[in-house]
Design a protein around this ligand. Sequence first.
Ligand SMILES: Cc1cc2nc3c(=O)[nH]c(=O)nc-3n(C[C@H](O)[C@H](O)[C@H](O)COP(=O)(O)OP(=O)(O)OC[C@H]3O[C@@H](n4cnc5c(N)ncnc54)[C@H](O)[C@@H]3O)c2cc1C
Length: 471
Amino acid sequence: MYTSLLDSDVLAGSNNRRPASLFIGMRGQLPVVVIVGGGFGGLAAAKALKRARANVILIDRTNHHLFQPLLYQVATSVLTPGQIGSPIRNILRKQKNTTVLMGEVTRVETAEQCVVVSDADRAEVRLPYDYLVLATGATHSYFGHDEFKKHAPGLKTLADAVAIRNRILSAFELAEAEEDPRLHRDLLTFVLVGAGPTGVEMASAISVLVRGALRSEYRRIDPTSARIVLIDQSPRVLGSFSEDLSMAAKERLTKLGVEVLNGQSVEHIDEAGVIVGGERIASHTVIWTAGVKPSPAAKWLNAPADRAGRVRVEPDLRVPGHREIFVVGDTASLDQNGKPLPGVAQVAMQQGRYAGRLIARQIAGKPPLRPFRYFDKGNMAVVGKGYAVLQSGRVHVSGLLAWMVWAAIHLQFLATSSLRISVFLQWVWTYLTGQRGSRLIVDHHGPEPAVTPDEPGTQLVNSLGGGFRVQ
Ligand SMILES: Cc1cc2nc3c(=O)[nH]c(=O)nc-3n(C[C@H](O)[C@H](O)[C@H](O)COP(=O)(O)OP(=O)(O)OC[C@H]3O[C@@H](n4cnc5c(N)ncnc54)[C@H](O)[C@@H]3O)c2cc1C
């Protein structure tokens, strides 16, 4: 993958750094801008550098840009993975100054101005930079209880969404095959830990799924009897929204049959369910929709960090003491009006765009930009079919109108026009018919179904979370 780069003696462990000369003979002596992360922040930075006289190198551990706000729709079968992700190199195909590399950055050598990258082919490749933009996002946080992870997967990547979809659909398959009706209840109990936007959207989407597409397809179980429990230690759902919208969302959830347990924290999670307030809720499917923690960028840079571990950046998004390094998005910490900016896509996009433009201006010898300022366009969350809550300044709206604004904005921010068309058509189809984009249980890494040779005629059907015998 790094063939052209690896041929250079600046790479592969050499300390003989020649930052601006990486592409000598290929594109002339241009500054090298390395962007780590092809999410909202990194992609915006790369696009802002489109006309810069620079060699831009964007590195991501995956080959795709992911529209995370719609992950819950993949997890609940509305959309397919391919409808919310696009290959980064396809998005940037017309940007001739930009090279896209798939690899995992494992550290930054600030003194040498190198990022260290590994991929399946090569480990610890050194890639020099003149400017560096770190946009490596965040991952789940189990608040010191990493043992919960095994039983309560989180939702951050496409693989997470497909794994959760497998789990939800498998629960119905297992219940249908289970002859003891007393076990149906546990199999059809879905617990979501965390009632922020992701928890609320997931809980309501599961409710719509069981009442719609699944309703008439089973013979031994009634999918509409599924129990959906949403737990949060804060006193209300959607804590970052105003109180009236939070109340409206809770009312809507209750109408959808979701049990909301506010002011309660989860004490324990295991394969049999969760313990909340000393009581066990037996469940086959627990989903973690609570906290996130930033990427280890602050550790890579040995830079000052906030309590969550995000890099404390200067008002122009640079890292203190490093004029050539910028950190943007979920992995950066910046206060505005005395409050830290939230970890949302708009902040990441606006910061990425700002960092890219600032670098482009510096390369062109133009004066710098004014300090970064976030323009808050508002918050939205979906609560079931045709219903959303929207808060933008003093405007607070809930219901169908808010959902239509939500749909329009989400379509607009999908990465390519083909995704916009595909998602729009899918939504119209699902809205009208209740039919879903993909209800397949696809266990990419699971064991093959096996036949035990000493028991002829017995087939062991394997499924996520256990197997059952069909005689
Ligand atoms: C389920 C879910 C729902 C959400 N819903 C909303 C919403 O409705 N509205 C909203 O505004 N925000 C929402 N968010 C938050 C929003 O998605 C993030 O704030 C945003 O993605 C942050 O952008 P970013 O560029 O900082 O990071 P990301 O978009 O997460 O991108 C980080 C990129 O860096 C790559 N990367 C990470 N580490 C490395 C490494 N070491 N080497 C190479 N590559 C690396 C990752 O593969 C990824 O592509 C949601 C998030 C989730 C998880």
